[in-house]
Design a protein around this ligand. Structure first.
Ligand code: 6PG
Length: 244
């Protein structure tokens, strides 16, 4: 699995480069298969990328783009912590993407496991999967927490072990809550995975993940696309501790 690391001088350079890469991958997917399937990451880092897309790429073929969420907090879609709300404010309200092209997690379901199963069923239907098959997203965007987590796969959580489900409700001890998340098999079946990391508070973990050996590995180290590419896009601050 080829791994590439792109280091951009500033956060603004990072998000512009990420927007260009998003569109490059999307155009190639639409040209090759008539559609672009992408799973968005949550948290705060990608907000700047999502805001750039309508500003710089309003003419991108959003009609043939299908947006999913690699993970979601178990809160209502209008809750301040909702990844859907963040994407809606940064991207969806500024684009004319058909509503039916956006697949959010039904977090109104009070049963997190049921919400995860609903989303998994949605994935199986959309990708017309047979049992045992995993979806191959054209692109999965990921972030990384300072503890090395990605999506909502946190160190020490049970979800790290899941090898057959597509989407699970993962209990996250430190937040005392379930998070709905893609599993590693889904992440690792993607055609391309892009990690975005920005800022000095990620520098130590970026170094540990990209240059360290850990047992058990950090969740972000376990993202190794089987038949796809892995691209880490960093700004100088996040890359500051890399040996390179
Ligand atoms: C989430 C994300 C999560 C995020 C990291 C980094 O739902 O929070 O999917 O995996 O990417 O926690 O978050 P920041 O970008 O806010 O540092």
């Amino acid at each position: 699995m080829p791994r590439a690391i792109q280091i951009l001088a500033t956060p603004a350079d990072l998000f512009h480069a990420a927007a260009e890469e998003f569109v490059r991958v999307g155009k190639a997917a639409i040209a090759a298969r008539g559609r672009f399937t992408v799973a968005l990451s949550g948290g705060s880092t990608p907000k700047s990328l999502y805001s750039l897309l309508p500003a710089q790429h309003a003419a991108f073929n959003w009609d043939h783009t299908f947006l999913f969420f690699g993970d979601e907090r178990h809160v209502p879609p209008d809750h301040p912590d909702s990844n859907y709300r963040m994407v809606k404010e940064a991207l969806l309200t500024k684009l004319s993407i058909p509503a039916e092209n956006v697949f959010r997690v039904n977090t109104e379901n009070p049963d997190a496991a049921a919400a995860a199963l609903e989303y998994e069923t949605e994935l199986r239907r959309f990708f017309a999967l047979t049992s045992g098959e995993f979806p191959r997203f054209d692109l999965i965007l990921l972030g990384m927490g300072p503890d090395g987590h990605t999506a909502s796969l946190f160190p020490g959580s049970d979800g790290l072990k899941e090898q057959s489900r597509l989407v699970i409700a993962n209990w996250v001890e430190k937040f005392n809550t379930h998070r709905i998340t893609f599993t590693f098999p889904v992440l690792n079946h993607a055609a391309q995975v892009i990690f975005l990391a920005s800022g000095p508070d990620k520098a130590n973990m970026v170094h540990q993940v990209l240059e360290g050996k850990h047992t058990p590995p950090y969740p972000s180290q376990q993202v190794q696309p089987i038949n796809g590419t892995l691209l880490w896009m960093l700004d100088e601050a996040a890359a500051a501790k890399l040996a390179r």
